[in-house]
Design a protein around this ligand. Structure first.
Ligand code: ACM
Length: 553
């Protein structure tokens, strides 16, 4: 099949109308294909006839990195189908059991761009870079029946059919993150791997791990062993502790890297530090360790800015951030900075300067919550992470007495990062905080009421309608590095509860992150969700079957 090239202009082509035109009616057996989430920049069903993955199908690769992408893609397919699906450097053959070609082709421009052609004789995915090739395989994954996600599934009725389609695709934003709070409740490595696999399905490419907070310190630091020795023993509600050894963390990083996902580690400073302060009394201004904390209040802990504690505090910062950076291959390190309510403003500026300097000394690019924009001494290129409400947000009339938000200074603090040469990642709590309740406040799968609503409730439609460029005033598209879908785990202590809150709203944010802005259409999105749902079913995800979507039974 001919190769096509993706140009900048491709992303402005309306994808939604193409879906509407085709009606997404291809029948792939048990669960008819209803469309891709996130919507590609261009997608068309064609009349080339369906492709069927069969026992003679090979993954035919060419170019650096293509074989590794093919192996990552093939592993779950082999487990589901029982087929060999060998990865070979060979000439593809057109046949009913045709090959899947994965080709590195410099004609496809863009770090994450790909083109995909499927039809009776085979499938061809071409990309200039391995990352694009991988995202192409994730589109192909969604085009297969949802049973492809189940080990030992066996052939579904109608076979492993893939609709005939032409796709030209690349993302809107480079940074498409899922933030997971493993501090309030810990998640073991195996579960994080599952989450990474689900992220890949939706083309999310950054896992932000919120590794430390008042309730727990979750990453081993050799030079300060009591951070986990003492600080990891607790979580919210006394639900037990946990932490990642360095090998655990490397396992997460490697599993993520195979899926072109970058891990961003967050050490939240100078507030949200009760777990550290309880482990090391010398970090406290009064030299007395506070007791461990298992509640859900915020804003009561702080590192000490007192010059008498400067040596130990700066050594702590250099050691912790140095060890975390050393085991993190990605380019970013996140230093938190949010809700410094227990830190005097002058002390906060002083600590922000020292924290961000220690982080920059690791040669990573620093990311910090918007509050650190109060400083005009940020290291060059520091990325601001905005988490307050969208500028236009209005609380419902019956809740106007709740804290006035957004805080007036938040937008200015966000702009401060831009003024100092950085960019922004946007995570407004009223659109992207997936621990916010659904408005009908349903009980979770285990019968408990889940989530909080300090930033209001969030429907699937509200998450989907978010326009990142309008989050705070005066943003250009080029100011935005990306977006973050966050899940804070104060009320979420087990996978079914976590998944009920996260899915499917994370898919709405994934589409905001990936798809061309002018192609987004809520009706169309809803019409495509059943296919994603069939894959989530195959993966065993306890997602909420929100109303208005024709979920597969
Ligand atoms: C935050 O929600 N305090 C980052």
């Amino acid at each position: 099949m001919p190769s096509a090239s993706v140009s900048r202009t491709a992303v402005v082509v309306a994808a939604a109308s193409l879906f509407a035109l085709t009606g997404c009616s291809a029948d792939s057996g048990d669960d008819p294909f209803s469309g891709l989430v996130p919507a590609p920049a261009r997608f068309e069903l064609t009349d080339r006839g369906d492709f069927t993955l069969g026992e003679r199908t090979r993954l035919v690769v060419s170019g650096d990195g293509a074989a590794a992408v093919a192996e990552t893609f093939a592993a779950p397919l082999r487990a589901a189908t029982g087929y060999d699906l060998p990865v070979e450097e060979a000439e593809p053959e057109a046949s009913p059991d045709g090959d899947i070609e994965l080709v590195i082709d410099p004609a496809v421009e863009g770090d994450e761009a790909y083109v995909l052609e499927s039809g009776h004789g085979g499938v061809r995915i071409a990309a200039g870079e391995p990352a694009g090739l991988f995202w192409g395989t994730q589109s192909l994954r969604q085009m297969l029946p949802g049973a492809i996600e189940e080990s030992g599934a066996g052939e579904p009725e109608g076979g492993w059919r893939v609709p005939a389609a032409s796709i030209v695709d690349q993302p809107r934003f480079a940074y498409r993150a899922s933030l997971v709070d493993v501090a309030r409740h810990f998640s073991p490595v195996d579960y994080i791997e599952k989450h990474l696999d689900r992220m890949a399905l939706m083309k999310l490419n950054v896992l932000h791990l919120h590794l430390t907070d008042d309730q727990g310190w979750r990453i081993r630091i050799d030079s300060w062993p009591e951070l986990t020795g003492i600080g990891a023993s607790t979580s919210v509600g006394g639900d037990g502790g946990g932490f990642y050894t360095k090998d655990d963390y490397r396992r997460i990083v490697d599993y993520a890297a195979e899926r072109f996902i970058t891990v961003v580690p967050e050490i939240d400073l100078p507030g949200h530090t009760n777990a550290a302060l309880s482990a090391y009394p010398e970090l406290n201004c009064d030299g007395v360790a506070p007791p461990p904390y298992e509640g859900i209040e915020v804003g009561f802990s702080s590192l000490c800015a007192d010059p008498a504690r400067a040596e130990v505090t700066d050594r702590f910062l250099a050691d912790v951030l140095g060890e975390v950076a050393e085991m993190t291959p990605g380019p970013w390190i996140h230093v938190g900075g949010d809700e410094p309510l227990a830190t005097r403003p002058d002390d906060y500026l002083d600590l922000t300067r020292r924290i961000t300097a220690a982080a920059a000394a690791t040669d990573k690019t620093v990311i910090a919550y918007h509050e650190m924009g109060a400083s005009n001494e940020l290291p060059p290129g520091t990325v601001g992470h905005y988490w307050d409400l969208t500028a236009a947000h209005e609380m419902p009339a019956n809740r106007r007495d709740e804290p006035a938000r957004p805080y007036p200074e938040s937008a200015g603090q966000a702009h401060s990062f831009l003024e100092q040469g950085g960019r922004l990642v946007l995570a407004p709590a009223d659109r992207t905080y997936l621990d916010m309740m659904y408005p009908d406040r349903p009980a979770g799968p285990l019968g408990t009421e889940l989530g909080t609503r300090w930033a209001d409730t969030i429907t699937l439609e509200e998450a989907y309608a978010w326009r990142p460029e309008e989050t705070v005033g005066g943003l250009d598209e080029s100011d935005i590095l990306g977006v973050v879908a966050s899940v804070w785990t104060e009320t979420l202590s087990n996978p079914p509860d976590f998944e009920f809150m996260v899915f499917p709203r994370i898919a709405a944010i994934a589409e905001v992150a990936w798809s061309p802005a002018d192609a987004r259409d809520e009706e169309d999105f809803r019409s495509r969700l059943p296919t994603l749902g069939a894959h989530l079913d195959g993966l065993g995800v306890a997602y909420r079957k929100v109303g208005g979507v024709d979920w597969a039974e």
